[in-house]
Design a protein around this ligand. Structure first.
Ligand code: PLP
Length: 542
Protein backbone atom coordinates (compact mmCIF):
# COMPACT_ATOMS: atom_id res chain seq x y z
CA UNK A 1 0.00 0.00 0.00
CA UNK A 2 2.77 2.37 1.01
CA UNK A 3 4.75 1.65 -2.17
CA UNK A 4 1.70 2.44 -4.30
CA UNK A 5 1.14 5.63 -2.35
CA UNK A 6 4.77 6.58 -2.70
CA UNK A 7 4.74 5.84 -6.42
CA UNK A 8 1.65 7.93 -7.09
CA UNK A 9 2.91 10.83 -4.98
CA UNK A 10 6.29 10.66 -6.71
CA UNK A 11 4.77 10.66 -10.19
CA UNK A 12 2.52 13.63 -9.56
CA UNK A 13 4.65 15.65 -7.16
CA UNK A 14 5.46 18.40 -9.69
CA UNK A 15 1.97 18.57 -11.18
CA UNK A 16 -0.56 21.24 -10.36
CA UNK A 17 -3.80 19.95 -8.74
CA UNK A 18 -6.08 21.16 -11.61
CA UNK A 19 -4.06 19.03 -14.01
CA UNK A 20 -4.33 15.93 -11.87
CA UNK A 21 -8.08 16.39 -11.53
CA UNK A 22 -8.57 17.02 -15.26
CA UNK A 23 -6.42 14.09 -16.40
CA UNK A 24 -8.06 11.69 -13.94
CA UNK A 25 -11.62 12.70 -14.85
CA UNK A 26 -10.78 12.74 -18.56
CA UNK A 27 -9.25 9.30 -18.58
CA UNK A 28 -12.08 7.75 -16.56
CA UNK A 29 -14.72 9.24 -18.87
CA UNK A 30 -12.74 8.11 -21.95
CA UNK A 31 -12.44 4.60 -20.57
CA UNK A 32 -16.21 4.46 -19.94
CA UNK A 33 -16.91 5.81 -23.42
CA UNK A 34 -14.54 3.28 -25.02
CA UNK A 35 -16.09 0.44 -23.02
CA UNK A 36 -19.60 1.43 -24.13
CA UNK A 37 -18.41 1.92 -27.70
CA UNK A 38 -16.90 -1.56 -27.85
CA UNK A 39 -19.60 -3.39 -25.91
CA UNK A 40 -22.75 -2.82 -27.93
CA UNK A 41 -25.28 -5.23 -29.34
CA UNK A 42 -23.61 -5.23 -32.72
CA UNK A 43 -19.99 -5.81 -33.63
CA UNK A 44 -17.80 -2.90 -34.72
CA UNK A 45 -17.85 -4.16 -38.30
CA UNK A 46 -21.66 -4.35 -38.33
CA UNK A 47 -21.96 -0.87 -36.91
CA UNK A 48 -19.37 0.45 -39.34
CA UNK A 49 -21.34 -1.03 -42.22
CA UNK A 50 -24.58 0.52 -40.98
CA UNK A 51 -22.94 3.89 -40.52
CA UNK A 52 -21.65 3.82 -44.08
CA UNK A 53 -25.07 2.79 -45.44
CA UNK A 54 -26.69 5.57 -43.46
CA UNK A 55 -24.23 8.10 -44.87
CA UNK A 56 -24.75 6.77 -48.40
CA UNK A 57 -28.51 7.01 -47.96
CA UNK A 58 -28.05 10.67 -47.05
CA UNK A 59 -26.55 11.46 -50.46
CA UNK A 60 -29.30 13.31 -52.34
CA UNK A 61 -28.95 11.23 -55.52
CA UNK A 62 -29.09 7.92 -53.62
CA UNK A 63 -31.88 9.11 -51.37
CA UNK A 64 -33.98 10.13 -54.33
CA UNK A 65 -33.36 6.86 -56.16
CA UNK A 66 -34.26 4.73 -53.14
CA UNK A 67 -37.32 6.88 -52.45
CA UNK A 68 -38.50 6.47 -56.04
CA UNK A 69 -38.07 2.71 -55.87
CA UNK A 70 -39.94 2.59 -52.55
CA UNK A 71 -42.76 4.77 -53.93
CA UNK A 72 -43.11 2.46 -56.92
CA UNK A 73 -43.18 -0.60 -54.69
CA UNK A 74 -45.66 1.09 -52.41
CA UNK A 75 -48.01 1.59 -55.36
CA UNK A 76 -47.49 -2.02 -56.40
CA UNK A 77 -48.32 -3.25 -52.90
CA UNK A 78 -51.45 -1.08 -52.80
CA UNK A 79 -52.56 -2.27 -56.21
CA UNK A 80 -52.02 -5.91 -55.24
CA UNK A 81 -53.89 -5.34 -52.01
CA UNK A 82 -56.84 -3.88 -53.96
CA UNK A 83 -56.68 -6.70 -56.49
CA UNK A 84 -57.03 -9.32 -53.76
CA UNK A 85 -60.31 -7.84 -52.51
CA UNK A 86 -61.72 -6.40 -55.72
CA UNK A 87 -64.88 -8.53 -55.63
CA UNK A 88 -66.31 -6.80 -52.57
CA UNK A 89 -66.83 -3.03 -52.26
CA UNK A 90 -65.02 -1.09 -49.54
CA UNK A 91 -66.94 0.19 -46.55
CA UNK A 92 -65.17 3.27 -45.20
CA UNK A 93 -67.86 4.77 -43.04
CA UNK A 94 -70.55 3.52 -40.72
CA UNK A 95 -73.74 2.54 -42.46
CA UNK A 96 -76.38 5.10 -41.52
CA UNK A 97 -78.67 2.39 -40.22
CA UNK A 98 -77.54 -0.96 -38.91
CA UNK A 99 -77.78 -4.00 -41.18
CA UNK A 100 -80.18 -6.83 -40.53
CA UNK A 101 -78.99 -10.18 -39.13
CA UNK A 102 -79.02 -12.03 -42.47
CA UNK A 103 -77.37 -9.12 -44.24
CA UNK A 104 -74.46 -9.03 -41.79
CA UNK A 105 -73.94 -12.78 -42.17
CA UNK A 106 -74.10 -12.54 -45.94
CA UNK A 107 -71.51 -9.77 -46.00
CA UNK A 108 -69.14 -11.62 -43.67
CA UNK A 109 -69.38 -14.71 -45.88
CA UNK A 110 -68.47 -12.64 -48.93
CA UNK A 111 -65.40 -11.23 -47.18
CA UNK A 112 -64.18 -14.58 -45.92
CA UNK A 113 -64.55 -16.12 -49.37
CA UNK A 114 -62.13 -13.56 -50.85
CA UNK A 115 -58.72 -14.93 -51.79
CA UNK A 116 -57.75 -17.55 -54.32
CA UNK A 117 -56.24 -20.32 -52.19
CA UNK A 118 -58.36 -23.29 -51.17
CA UNK A 119 -57.25 -23.19 -47.54
CA UNK A 120 -60.08 -25.41 -46.30
CA UNK A 121 -58.91 -28.28 -48.46
CA UNK A 122 -55.20 -28.57 -47.82
CA UNK A 123 -53.66 -26.29 -50.47
CA UNK A 124 -51.89 -24.11 -47.93
CA UNK A 125 -48.84 -24.86 -45.75
CA UNK A 126 -49.47 -24.41 -42.00
CA UNK A 127 -51.93 -21.52 -41.42
CA UNK A 128 -55.01 -23.74 -41.02
CA UNK A 129 -54.43 -26.62 -38.61
CA UNK A 130 -57.86 -28.16 -38.95
CA UNK A 131 -61.04 -27.43 -40.83
CA UNK A 132 -64.13 -29.25 -39.75
CA UNK A 133 -67.64 -27.80 -40.04
CA UNK A 134 -68.95 -29.74 -37.04
CA UNK A 135 -66.07 -28.56 -34.85
CA UNK A 136 -66.64 -24.97 -35.96
CA UNK A 137 -70.30 -25.23 -35.06
CA UNK A 138 -69.48 -26.52 -31.59
CA UNK A 139 -66.73 -23.98 -30.92
CA UNK A 140 -68.71 -21.00 -32.16
CA UNK A 141 -71.61 -22.00 -29.93
CA UNK A 142 -69.18 -22.21 -27.00
CA UNK A 143 -67.66 -18.87 -27.96
CA UNK A 144 -71.13 -17.35 -28.10
CA UNK A 145 -72.03 -18.52 -24.60
CA UNK A 146 -68.79 -17.14 -23.11
CA UNK A 147 -68.20 -14.21 -25.44
CA UNK A 148 -68.99 -11.46 -22.96
CA UNK A 149 -67.09 -12.95 -20.04
CA UNK A 150 -63.70 -11.67 -18.86
CA UNK A 151 -61.28 -13.42 -16.48
CA UNK A 152 -60.15 -9.99 -15.29
CA UNK A 153 -63.16 -10.24 -12.99
CA UNK A 154 -62.84 -13.62 -11.21
CA UNK A 155 -65.62 -12.70 -8.77
CA UNK A 156 -68.08 -12.22 -11.63
CA UNK A 157 -66.84 -14.98 -13.95
CA UNK A 158 -65.31 -17.71 -11.74
CA UNK A 159 -66.17 -20.39 -14.29
CA UNK A 160 -64.05 -18.94 -17.05
CA UNK A 161 -61.11 -18.63 -14.62
CA UNK A 162 -61.60 -22.28 -13.71
CA UNK A 163 -61.46 -23.20 -17.40
CA UNK A 164 -58.17 -21.32 -17.83
CA UNK A 165 -56.69 -23.02 -14.77
CA UNK A 166 -57.73 -26.39 -16.18
CA UNK A 167 -56.26 -25.74 -19.64
CA UNK A 168 -52.97 -24.82 -17.92
CA UNK A 169 -53.01 -27.87 -15.60
CA UNK A 170 -53.84 -30.28 -18.45
CA UNK A 171 -51.00 -28.80 -20.51
CA UNK A 172 -48.53 -29.00 -17.60
CA UNK A 173 -49.33 -32.69 -17.22
CA UNK A 174 -48.91 -33.34 -20.97
CA UNK A 175 -45.39 -31.89 -20.70
CA UNK A 176 -44.59 -33.87 -17.52
CA UNK A 177 -44.63 -30.96 -15.11
CA UNK A 178 -45.01 -31.86 -11.42
CA UNK A 179 -47.29 -30.26 -8.83
CA UNK A 180 -45.10 -27.13 -8.73
CA UNK A 181 -45.48 -26.52 -12.46
CA UNK A 182 -47.81 -23.73 -13.52
CA UNK A 183 -48.51 -21.26 -16.31
CA UNK A 184 -51.10 -19.02 -17.95
CA UNK A 185 -53.08 -18.93 -21.16
CA UNK A 186 -52.14 -16.24 -23.66
CA UNK A 187 -53.43 -14.96 -27.00
CA UNK A 188 -50.80 -16.81 -29.05
CA UNK A 189 -47.26 -18.08 -29.33
CA UNK A 190 -45.78 -14.61 -29.61
CA UNK A 191 -47.35 -13.50 -26.35
CA UNK A 192 -46.26 -16.72 -24.62
CA UNK A 193 -42.67 -16.09 -25.72
CA UNK A 194 -42.79 -12.39 -24.87
CA UNK A 195 -43.98 -13.23 -21.36
CA UNK A 196 -41.30 -15.87 -20.77
CA UNK A 197 -38.67 -13.30 -21.79
CA UNK A 198 -40.21 -10.71 -19.46
CA UNK A 199 -40.31 -13.18 -16.58
CA UNK A 200 -36.65 -14.13 -17.02
CA UNK A 201 -35.51 -10.54 -17.48
CA UNK A 202 -37.16 -9.47 -14.24
CA UNK A 203 -36.11 -12.66 -12.42
CA UNK A 204 -32.48 -12.11 -13.44
CA UNK A 205 -32.59 -8.49 -12.36
CA UNK A 206 -34.12 -9.27 -8.99
CA UNK A 207 -32.23 -12.44 -8.11
CA UNK A 208 -28.87 -11.94 -9.85
CA UNK A 209 -28.76 -8.16 -10.29
CA UNK A 210 -28.38 -8.42 -14.09
CA UNK A 211 -28.88 -4.96 -15.58
CA UNK A 212 -27.86 -5.62 -19.19
CA UNK A 213 -29.86 -8.76 -19.95
CA UNK A 214 -28.94 -11.06 -22.84
CA UNK A 215 -30.72 -14.10 -24.27
CA UNK A 216 -28.87 -16.86 -26.11
CA UNK A 217 -30.94 -18.23 -29.00
CA UNK A 218 -30.40 -20.43 -32.07
CA UNK A 219 -30.35 -18.59 -35.42
CA UNK A 220 -33.43 -20.62 -36.38
CA UNK A 221 -35.50 -19.48 -33.41
CA UNK A 222 -38.87 -17.83 -34.11
CA UNK A 223 -38.77 -14.08 -34.75
CA UNK A 224 -41.05 -13.60 -31.73
CA UNK A 225 -37.85 -13.66 -29.65
CA UNK A 226 -36.51 -10.69 -31.61
CA UNK A 227 -39.80 -8.92 -31.07
CA UNK A 228 -39.58 -9.63 -27.33
CA UNK A 229 -35.99 -8.37 -27.30
CA UNK A 230 -37.07 -5.15 -29.02
CA UNK A 231 -40.00 -4.61 -26.66
CA UNK A 232 -38.09 -5.52 -23.50
CA UNK A 233 -34.62 -4.16 -24.23
CA UNK A 234 -32.84 -7.50 -24.13
CA UNK A 235 -29.72 -8.16 -26.19
CA UNK A 236 -29.96 -11.20 -28.47
CA UNK A 237 -26.94 -13.46 -28.87
CA UNK A 238 -27.61 -15.61 -31.91
CA UNK A 239 -25.94 -19.00 -32.16
CA UNK A 240 -25.45 -20.54 -35.64
CA UNK A 241 -26.90 -23.91 -36.61
CA UNK A 242 -25.03 -26.97 -37.75
CA UNK A 243 -25.57 -26.80 -41.54
CA UNK A 244 -26.18 -30.55 -41.88
CA UNK A 245 -28.57 -31.19 -39.02
CA UNK A 246 -30.01 -27.63 -39.02
CA UNK A 247 -29.93 -27.71 -35.21
CA UNK A 248 -28.14 -25.26 -32.92
CA UNK A 249 -24.39 -25.74 -32.34
CA UNK A 250 -24.17 -26.60 -28.66
CA UNK A 251 -20.49 -25.65 -28.27
CA UNK A 252 -21.18 -22.21 -29.70
CA UNK A 253 -24.16 -21.85 -27.41
CA UNK A 254 -21.97 -22.58 -24.39
CA UNK A 255 -19.45 -19.98 -25.56
CA UNK A 256 -22.20 -17.34 -25.88
CA UNK A 257 -23.17 -17.67 -22.21
CA UNK A 258 -21.83 -14.94 -19.91
CA UNK A 259 -22.68 -13.19 -16.64
CA UNK A 260 -25.51 -11.26 -18.35
CA UNK A 261 -27.27 -14.31 -19.76
CA UNK A 262 -30.86 -14.45 -18.53
CA UNK A 263 -32.11 -17.41 -20.62
CA UNK A 264 -31.21 -20.09 -23.17
CA UNK A 265 -33.67 -21.13 -25.88
CA UNK A 266 -34.19 -24.23 -27.99
CA UNK A 267 -37.01 -25.06 -30.44
CA UNK A 268 -38.96 -28.31 -30.77
CA UNK A 269 -39.06 -27.91 -33.68
CA UNK A 270 -38.01 -24.59 -35.18
CA UNK A 271 -40.26 -22.92 -37.73
CA UNK A 272 -37.96 -22.73 -40.82
CA UNK A 273 -36.63 -26.30 -41.04
CA UNK A 274 -38.83 -28.21 -38.62
CA UNK A 275 -35.72 -29.64 -36.95
CA UNK A 276 -35.34 -30.35 -33.24
CA UNK A 277 -32.61 -28.63 -31.20
CA UNK A 278 -30.71 -30.81 -28.74
CA UNK A 279 -32.75 -29.81 -25.68
CA UNK A 280 -31.04 -32.39 -23.49
CA UNK A 281 -27.70 -30.62 -24.07
CA UNK A 282 -29.23 -27.16 -23.65
CA UNK A 283 -30.84 -28.31 -20.40
CA UNK A 284 -27.40 -29.45 -19.17
CA UNK A 285 -25.96 -26.02 -20.00
CA UNK A 286 -28.82 -24.42 -18.08
CA UNK A 287 -28.06 -26.53 -15.01
CA UNK A 288 -24.28 -26.05 -15.32
CA UNK A 289 -24.48 -22.25 -15.56
CA UNK A 290 -27.65 -21.81 -13.50
CA UNK A 291 -29.52 -20.13 -16.37
CA UNK A 292 -33.24 -20.76 -17.14
CA UNK A 293 -34.01 -22.70 -20.35
CA UNK A 294 -37.08 -21.94 -22.47
CA UNK A 295 -38.30 -24.59 -24.91
CA UNK A 296 -40.29 -23.15 -27.82
CA UNK A 297 -42.79 -25.92 -28.52
CA UNK A 298 -45.31 -23.46 -30.00
CA UNK A 299 -45.42 -25.39 -33.25
CA UNK A 300 -44.60 -28.92 -32.14
CA UNK A 301 -45.97 -29.04 -28.61
CA UNK A 302 -49.40 -30.52 -29.15
CA UNK A 303 -48.01 -33.13 -31.56
CA UNK A 304 -44.97 -34.08 -29.47
CA UNK A 305 -46.92 -35.06 -26.37
CA UNK A 306 -48.93 -37.60 -28.36
CA UNK A 307 -46.18 -38.87 -30.66
CA UNK A 308 -44.71 -41.57 -28.37
CA UNK A 309 -48.12 -43.23 -27.92
CA UNK A 310 -48.76 -42.83 -31.64
CA UNK A 311 -45.64 -44.89 -32.28
CA UNK A 312 -43.05 -42.21 -33.11
CA UNK A 313 -39.96 -41.68 -31.02
CA UNK A 314 -39.29 -38.19 -29.67
CA UNK A 315 -36.07 -36.97 -27.99
CA UNK A 316 -36.42 -35.66 -24.43
CA UNK A 317 -37.51 -32.03 -24.44
CA UNK A 318 -39.97 -31.23 -21.66
CA UNK A 319 -40.05 -30.82 -17.85
CA UNK A 320 -38.56 -34.33 -17.52
CA UNK A 321 -35.25 -32.58 -18.22
CA UNK A 322 -34.07 -30.83 -15.05
CA UNK A 323 -32.81 -27.67 -16.82
CA UNK A 324 -36.02 -26.90 -18.72
CA UNK A 325 -37.77 -24.11 -16.83
CA UNK A 326 -40.48 -23.07 -19.29
CA UNK A 327 -42.33 -24.28 -22.39
CA UNK A 328 -44.53 -22.39 -24.85
CA UNK A 329 -47.11 -24.43 -26.77
CA UNK A 330 -49.83 -23.14 -29.07
CA UNK A 331 -53.30 -24.52 -28.56
CA UNK A 332 -54.32 -22.57 -31.69
CA UNK A 333 -52.00 -24.75 -33.78
CA UNK A 334 -52.13 -28.53 -33.18
CA UNK A 335 -54.53 -28.08 -30.25
CA UNK A 336 -57.07 -27.18 -33.02
CA UNK A 337 -58.56 -24.36 -30.95
CA UNK A 338 -59.64 -21.24 -32.86
CA UNK A 339 -56.92 -18.61 -33.36
CA UNK A 340 -56.06 -16.57 -30.31
CA UNK A 341 -54.83 -19.06 -27.71
CA UNK A 342 -51.58 -20.54 -26.47
CA UNK A 343 -50.07 -21.58 -23.13
CA UNK A 344 -46.88 -20.54 -21.37
CA UNK A 345 -45.82 -23.07 -18.74
CA UNK A 346 -43.19 -22.83 -16.00
CA UNK A 347 -41.46 -25.47 -13.90
CA UNK A 348 -42.05 -23.37 -10.80
CA UNK A 349 -44.17 -20.46 -9.57
CA UNK A 350 -41.03 -18.45 -8.79
CA UNK A 351 -40.68 -17.74 -12.52
CA UNK A 352 -44.36 -17.11 -13.17
CA UNK A 353 -44.40 -14.47 -10.45
CA UNK A 354 -42.07 -12.35 -12.57
CA UNK A 355 -44.46 -12.62 -15.52
CA UNK A 356 -47.22 -10.76 -13.69
CA UNK A 357 -47.51 -6.98 -13.65
CA UNK A 358 -48.78 -5.37 -10.48
CA UNK A 359 -49.47 -1.75 -9.65
CA UNK A 360 -50.48 -1.03 -6.09
CA UNK A 361 -51.04 2.73 -6.08
CA UNK A 362 -53.36 3.36 -8.99
CA UNK A 363 -56.52 5.30 -8.07
CA UNK A 364 -58.44 2.66 -10.04
CA UNK A 365 -57.49 0.09 -7.43
CA UNK A 366 -54.78 -2.49 -6.85
CA UNK A 367 -54.27 -3.86 -10.34
CA UNK A 368 -52.61 -7.19 -10.93
CA UNK A 369 -52.74 -8.95 -14.26
CA UNK A 370 -51.10 -12.16 -15.39
CA UNK A 371 -50.50 -11.45 -19.10
CA UNK A 372 -50.18 -8.59 -21.59
CA UNK A 373 -53.87 -7.77 -21.90
CA UNK A 374 -56.03 -6.24 -19.21
CA UNK A 375 -59.47 -7.43 -20.23
CA UNK A 376 -59.20 -10.86 -21.75
CA UNK A 377 -61.57 -12.84 -23.88
CA UNK A 378 -63.42 -15.49 -21.95
CA UNK A 379 -64.86 -16.73 -25.24
CA UNK A 380 -61.48 -17.86 -26.55
CA UNK A 381 -60.58 -19.50 -23.24
CA UNK A 382 -63.84 -21.43 -23.30
CA UNK A 383 -63.36 -22.41 -26.95
CA UNK A 384 -59.84 -23.67 -26.22
CA UNK A 385 -61.10 -25.63 -23.21
CA UNK A 386 -63.87 -27.03 -25.39
CA UNK A 387 -61.36 -28.17 -28.03
CA UNK A 388 -59.43 -30.13 -25.41
CA UNK A 389 -62.64 -31.70 -24.12
CA UNK A 390 -63.97 -32.43 -27.60
CA UNK A 391 -60.89 -34.31 -28.81
CA UNK A 392 -59.74 -35.93 -25.58
CA UNK A 393 -56.54 -37.94 -25.45
CA UNK A 394 -57.62 -40.42 -28.10
CA UNK A 395 -58.74 -37.70 -30.50
CA UNK A 396 -55.37 -35.95 -30.37
CA UNK A 397 -53.56 -39.27 -30.58
CA UNK A 398 -55.39 -40.23 -33.74
CA UNK A 399 -54.87 -36.81 -35.39
CA UNK A 400 -51.17 -36.83 -34.48
CA UNK A 401 -50.76 -40.30 -35.96
CA UNK A 402 -52.37 -39.20 -39.23
CA UNK A 403 -50.37 -35.97 -39.47
CA UNK A 404 -46.98 -37.53 -38.74
CA UNK A 405 -47.68 -40.47 -41.07
CA UNK A 406 -48.62 -38.06 -43.85
CA UNK A 407 -45.49 -35.95 -43.23
CA UNK A 408 -43.21 -39.01 -43.24
CA UNK A 409 -44.86 -40.25 -46.44
CA UNK A 410 -44.34 -36.89 -48.19
CA UNK A 411 -40.74 -36.74 -46.91
CA UNK A 412 -39.94 -40.26 -48.16
CA UNK A 413 -41.36 -39.53 -51.60
CA UNK A 414 -39.63 -36.13 -51.88
CA UNK A 415 -36.29 -37.75 -50.99
CA UNK A 416 -36.69 -40.00 -54.03
CA UNK A 417 -36.95 -37.01 -56.37
CA UNK A 418 -33.90 -35.83 -58.23
CA UNK A 419 -32.84 -32.15 -58.07
CA UNK A 420 -34.13 -31.23 -54.61
CA UNK A 421 -32.90 -31.94 -51.08
CA UNK A 422 -34.42 -31.79 -47.59
CA UNK A 423 -32.86 -29.71 -44.80
CA UNK A 424 -31.88 -31.86 -41.80
CA UNK A 425 -34.33 -34.40 -40.37
CA UNK A 426 -37.91 -33.14 -40.07
CA UNK A 427 -38.87 -33.87 -36.45
CA UNK A 428 -42.62 -33.33 -36.57
CA UNK A 429 -44.64 -31.85 -39.41
CA UNK A 430 -42.42 -29.41 -41.34
CA UNK A 431 -40.35 -30.34 -44.40
CA UNK A 432 -37.96 -27.73 -45.85
CA UNK A 433 -36.70 -28.07 -49.42
CA UNK A 434 -33.73 -26.67 -51.31
CA UNK A 435 -31.96 -27.33 -54.59
CA UNK A 436 -28.38 -27.25 -55.85
CA UNK A 437 -29.50 -27.39 -59.47
CA UNK A 438 -32.03 -24.58 -59.87
CA UNK A 439 -33.52 -21.72 -57.87
CA UNK A 440 -35.88 -23.44 -55.41
CA UNK A 441 -38.31 -20.50 -55.55
CA UNK A 442 -39.18 -21.71 -59.04
CA UNK A 443 -40.71 -24.81 -57.47
CA UNK A 444 -42.74 -22.55 -55.21
CA UNK A 445 -43.76 -20.51 -58.24
CA UNK A 446 -44.87 -23.65 -60.08
CA UNK A 447 -46.81 -24.88 -57.06
CA UNK A 448 -48.45 -21.46 -56.76
CA UNK A 449 -49.83 -21.61 -60.28
CA UNK A 450 -51.27 -25.02 -59.37
CA UNK A 451 -53.05 -23.54 -56.34
CA UNK A 452 -50.54 -24.44 -53.59
CA UNK A 453 -49.20 -21.92 -51.11
CA UNK A 454 -45.92 -22.85 -49.38
CA UNK A 455 -43.69 -20.84 -47.02
CA UNK A 456 -40.68 -19.05 -48.44
CA UNK A 457 -37.39 -19.09 -46.46
CA UNK A 458 -34.18 -17.09 -46.91
CA UNK A 459 -30.43 -17.33 -46.17
CA UNK A 460 -30.29 -19.76 -47.92
CA UNK A 461 -33.25 -19.70 -50.31
CA UNK A 462 -35.57 -22.55 -49.39
CA UNK A 463 -39.27 -23.37 -49.11
CA UNK A 464 -41.19 -25.45 -46.61
CA UNK A 465 -44.47 -27.23 -46.22
CA UNK A 466 -46.04 -27.49 -42.78
CA UNK A 467 -48.38 -30.48 -42.79
CA UNK A 468 -51.59 -30.09 -40.79
CA UNK A 469 -54.78 -32.06 -40.36
CA UNK A 470 -56.20 -30.64 -43.61
CA UNK A 471 -53.41 -32.40 -45.55
CA UNK A 472 -54.40 -35.78 -44.16
CA UNK A 473 -57.60 -35.74 -46.24
CA UNK A 474 -57.60 -38.52 -48.85
CA UNK A 475 -55.55 -37.76 -51.96
CA UNK A 476 -54.03 -34.43 -50.88
CA UNK A 477 -50.48 -35.72 -50.22
CA UNK A 478 -50.44 -37.60 -53.52
CA UNK A 479 -51.79 -34.60 -55.41
CA UNK A 480 -48.99 -32.49 -53.91
CA UNK A 481 -46.29 -35.02 -54.78
CA UNK A 482 -47.70 -35.44 -58.28
CA UNK A 483 -47.57 -31.66 -58.83
CA UNK A 484 -44.00 -31.42 -57.47
CA UNK A 485 -42.87 -34.22 -59.81
CA UNK A 486 -44.39 -32.54 -62.85
CA UNK A 487 -42.98 -29.13 -61.99
CA UNK A 488 -39.50 -30.64 -61.55
CA UNK A 489 -39.73 -32.15 -65.05
CA UNK A 490 -40.60 -28.70 -66.43
CA UNK A 491 -37.87 -26.87 -64.47
CA UNK A 492 -35.18 -29.35 -65.47
CA UNK A 493 -35.73 -28.49 -69.12
CA UNK A 494 -34.29 -25.02 -68.33
CA UNK A 495 -32.67 -25.23 -64.90
CA UNK A 496 -30.85 -21.92 -65.23
CA UNK A 497 -33.96 -19.77 -65.82
CA UNK A 498 -34.51 -16.96 -63.29
CA UNK A 499 -37.33 -16.63 -60.79
CA UNK A 500 -40.20 -14.30 -61.66
CA UNK A 501 -42.77 -12.01 -60.06
CA UNK A 502 -43.25 -11.93 -56.31
CA UNK A 503 -40.68 -14.70 -55.80
CA UNK A 504 -38.07 -12.71 -57.70
CA UNK A 505 -38.56 -9.97 -55.14
CA UNK A 506 -38.01 -12.41 -52.26
CA UNK A 507 -34.84 -13.54 -53.97
CA UNK A 508 -33.69 -10.00 -54.68
CA UNK A 509 -34.31 -8.77 -51.15
CA UNK A 510 -31.69 -11.25 -49.87
CA UNK A 511 -29.03 -9.56 -51.96
CA UNK A 512 -29.66 -6.04 -50.58
CA UNK A 513 -26.74 -5.45 -48.24
CA UNK A 514 -28.38 -2.44 -46.57
CA UNK A 515 -31.07 -4.19 -44.54
CA UNK A 516 -32.69 -0.86 -43.59
CA UNK A 517 -33.93 -0.70 -47.20
CA UNK A 518 -35.58 -4.11 -46.69
CA UNK A 519 -37.07 -2.81 -43.45
CA UNK A 520 -38.59 0.18 -45.26
CA UNK A 521 -39.93 -2.13 -47.92
CA UNK A 522 -41.57 -4.33 -45.30
CA UNK A 523 -43.10 -1.30 -43.56
CA UNK A 524 -44.58 -0.29 -46.86
CA UNK A 525 -46.00 -3.79 -47.31
CA UNK A 526 -47.62 -3.69 -43.87
CA UNK A 527 -49.05 -0.26 -44.70
CA UNK A 528 -50.64 -1.74 -47.79
CA UNK A 529 -52.60 -4.24 -45.68
CA UNK A 530 -54.39 -1.25 -44.14
CA UNK A 531 -54.93 0.47 -47.45
CA UNK A 532 -58.44 1.65 -48.24
CA UNK A 533 -58.94 3.55 -51.48
CA UNK A 534 -59.84 7.23 -51.43
CA UNK A 535 -63.35 8.11 -52.66
CA UNK A 536 -62.10 9.12 -56.12
CA UNK A 537 -60.40 5.77 -56.70
CA UNK A 538 -63.53 4.01 -55.50
CA UNK A 539 -65.67 5.95 -57.96
CA UNK A 540 -63.25 5.11 -60.77
CA UNK A 541 -63.48 1.45 -59.80
CA UNK A 542 -67.27 1.56 -59.91
C1 PLP B 1 -46.06 -20.21 -34.64
C2 PLP B 1 -44.82 -20.23 -33.88
C3 PLP B 1 -44.60 -19.34 -32.82
C4 PLP B 1 -45.55 -18.27 -32.36
O1 PLP B 1 -46.35 -17.73 -33.29
P1 PLP B 1 -47.80 -17.09 -33.12
O2 PLP B 1 -48.09 -16.83 -34.55
O3 PLP B 1 -47.64 -15.86 -32.34
O4 PLP B 1 -48.72 -18.07 -32.50
C5 PLP B 1 -43.42 -19.48 -32.13
N1 PLP B 1 -42.52 -20.41 -32.45
C6 PLP B 1 -42.69 -21.27 -33.46
C7 PLP B 1 -41.65 -22.30 -33.74
C8 PLP B 1 -43.85 -21.20 -34.22
O5 PLP B 1 -44.03 -22.03 -35.25
Amino acid sequence: MDTVKGFVNDTFKDQEPWKIVTITTGSVLSAVWLWNFLHQDESLVERGKKKIFRLVRCLPSVREKIQNELDTLNCTFERESLERVKDVDFVTKLPLNGLAHEQVLGEVRKYIELGEFDWQNGKVSGAVYRYDEKLIKLLSEVYGIASYTNPLHPDIFPGVCKMEAEVVRISCKLFHGDEASCGTMTTGGTESILLACKAYRDYAKDVKGIKNPEMVVPSTVHSAFDKAAQYLNIRVRTVPMNPNSCTVKINDMERAINKNTIMLVGSTPNFPYGTFDNIEAISELGVKYNVPVHVDACLGGFLLCFMPDAGFSVPMFDFKLPGVTSISADTHKYGYAPKGSSVILYRDKKYRHYQFTITTDWPGGIYGSPTVNGSRTGGIIAACWASLMHFGYSGYLESTKKIIETTRYIETELRKMDGIFIFGTPATSVIALGSHQFHIYRLSEGLNTRGWNLNVLQFPSAIHICVTHVHTQAGIADEFLHDVRNILVEIKKHPEEPVEGMFAMYGMSQTIADRTVVEDLTRSFIDSMYFTPSEEIEEEMN
